[in-house]
Design a protein around this ligand. Structure first.
Ligand code: FE2
Length: 289
């Protein structure tokens, strides 16, 4: 038996563009790197936002995200280190810690808070916003806490893969979604290790490196804090990645675009301006609680 993996892909995608995140703060002053901002919502449809937070300084996170509303999409919080308590207006409460995920469908509306439950040490993770199709924007709110131990994972050729959503190499992720069929992988690659993932060419996809570094066959190198948007080349069949000389961590995220109008006002993401006006009215009248 050969120990060299047979390539799965005939035509891997190229990197279309590298994007540096924007340092910013949100909530009550949580410092973060906004990897996917508003200007990429159309290009990376169905994804609306990706924030990366990671610091050893409690002053950067301690104030958390006090009560705030959402309508029209889903928020997926993935903790690498630390503990975050969430509470919402429907009476749900939960704690996400190392390696765990909170998947929340805001639907027609929810008011929630996200509060660090520690006052020292490292706090690191991600929040991804996934859009909902127009027909589901006003559905009932829903959420699920997934502990670190419940996130399916496997190892292959020096790569540990945590499958938060979708499916990779026959391993089903913790969450599946119709319509957009999101794929959300956390990859830990040994130095020089390679990873391949089939992807339909119509799906929008990107890789975000947060430790080490990745390279593509084209020679394109991706440093930590950078996102590589993958080209939707007709006939392409997936992505092939290789770690550089250091242990490497990266997220690989992909989904089917909704191709619907996107109207956003802060924490509300609908299809039209009129729906945004209605969302603000409903919030002010206490109808999201
Ligand atoms: Fe939130």
């Amino acid at each position: 038996m050969s120990t060299v993996a047979t390539p799965l892909l005939n035509q891997p995608r190229e990197v279309e563009r590298l994007v540096a995140g924007q340092p910013t703060s949100d909530g009550a002053g949580v410092k973060l790197n906004r990897v996917l901002a508003n200007n990429l919502q159309r290009r990376l449809d169905p994804f609306l936002m990706l924030d990366h937070f990671g610091t050893d300084n409690p002053d950067d996170y301690i104030a958390g995200f006090p009560d705030h509303p959402h309508r029209g999409f889903e928020t997926i919080t993935y903790m690498l280190n630390g503990r975050m308590r969430h509470r919402d207006s429907a009476g749900h409460e939960g704690l996400i810690s190392d390696g765990g995920v909170q998947w929340m469908t805001a639907g027609r509306g929810v008011i929630h808070s996200e509060t660090p439950e520690q006052n020292e040490g490292r706090m690191a993770g991600f929040q991804l916003w996934l859009n909902l199709p127009a027909k589901d924007k006003m559905r009932e709110p829903w959420y699920r806490d997934i502990t670190g131990a419940e996130v399916p994972e496997f190892e292959r050729d020096g790569v540990k893969v945590r499958v938060i959503a979708g499916e990779s190499h026959g391993v089903a992720g913790a969450v599946q979604r119709e319509h957009t069929e999101p794929l959300y992988l956390d990859l830990s690659l040994a130095p020089g290790a390679r990873f391949e993932q089939p992807l339909p060419p119509g799906f929008n996809a990107f890789v975000y490196v947060f430790e080490g570094g990745l390279k593509f066959e084209s020679g394109c190198a991706v440093q930590p804090g950078r996102m590589a948007i993958l080209a939707n080349t007709p006939g392409s069949d997936g992505v092939r990645l290789q770690a550089g000389d250091a242990p490497t961590r990266a997220l690989l995220i992909a989904g089917r675009p909704l191709n619907e109008p996107i109207a956003q006002y802060g924490p509300f993401v609908m299809n039209t301006e009129a729906e945004l006006v209605q969302a603000v009215r409903d919030f002010q009248a206490g109808r999201l609680a």
